[in-house]
Write a protein that binds this ligand. Sequence first.
Ligand code: PBG
Length: 330
Amino acid sequence: MHDDHEIFLPFRPRRNRSTDAVRRLVRETVLTPSDLILPLFVCEGKNRKVAIKSMPGCFRLSRDLIVKEARAARRLGIPAVALFPALPDAKKDRRAGESVNPDGLLQQTVRALKDKVPELAVITDVAMDPYSSDGHDGYVENGRIDNDKTLPILAAMAVSQAEAGADIVAPSDMMDGRVSYIREALDTHGYTGTGILAYSAKYCSAFYGPFREALDSAPRGGDKKTYQMDPANAVEALREIRLDVEEGADMVMVKPGMPYLDIVAAAKEAVDVPVAVYQVSGEYAMIKAADKLGWLSGADAMMESLVAFKRAGADMILTYYAAEAASALS
Ligand code: PBG
């Protein structure tokens, strides 16, 4: 046995990990509340707060409570919220008609937020599923998703959201050509300042399960495999991302998050627009569930996952943990 003094090591990386002070000095990635976007589920009514079983700590909130939540987020230093409306079935139809109602649930909520918390950026989702009786992101005809018939519906939805005051519209539908189609519609209507955050590499993922419970928006028939990406593909993701940038996306997104960090890193290399990542409902649910069972520390797993997104190259992170993480950071 050698004693310490007899071993000569030219490199001792542990020296840079020896104390908290040193670790702070050499830390490469720093997470701040400015990196976070808080997704919120909006429902009809007043003073209404409905728990989402598979997403502990998340709720469907009526507009008045959304404003409260948004104010709290803003106070925590979170720069943006992403809104998702939960509509009763009676308001859903094949063409997502309710999505362009100027007094619709989403539009009214956007207006309230821009009125009451104007500093907060409002991001709205562009896809048919919350409004569609078929539960698909695109228009269904004879059991198939018709790409080109979907585009005008998405464009009208985006214009309606911009008119309500959305700062950024975020097409999550994965139809071909929708970014340029939406950009043109926005510009034509005078919304040249409204940004587009494209869900560019959105995979067909089991991790969206809890979200579909939250919105009651699961497809009524079939699956989303003809538009959302095959989890096995990476080259194709970069093609989708480049196409969206060429079509005018101001920011691109990779979704889900943790199982797709390789795509986040590659996206950051490939394009010169900001890259967002979405830590989706199932990722959140997994950490919450394991924490509840006492199998890991949810608070630590939350922070580790969020730092990992940034380390991989994400410029912003959509996460149901946004408020919890921002308060832990402050
Ligand atoms: C639908 C949409 C989904 C999510 C965001 N927008 C679900 C889906 O594509 O089925 C998922 C978000 C999450 O799981 O947290 N356009």
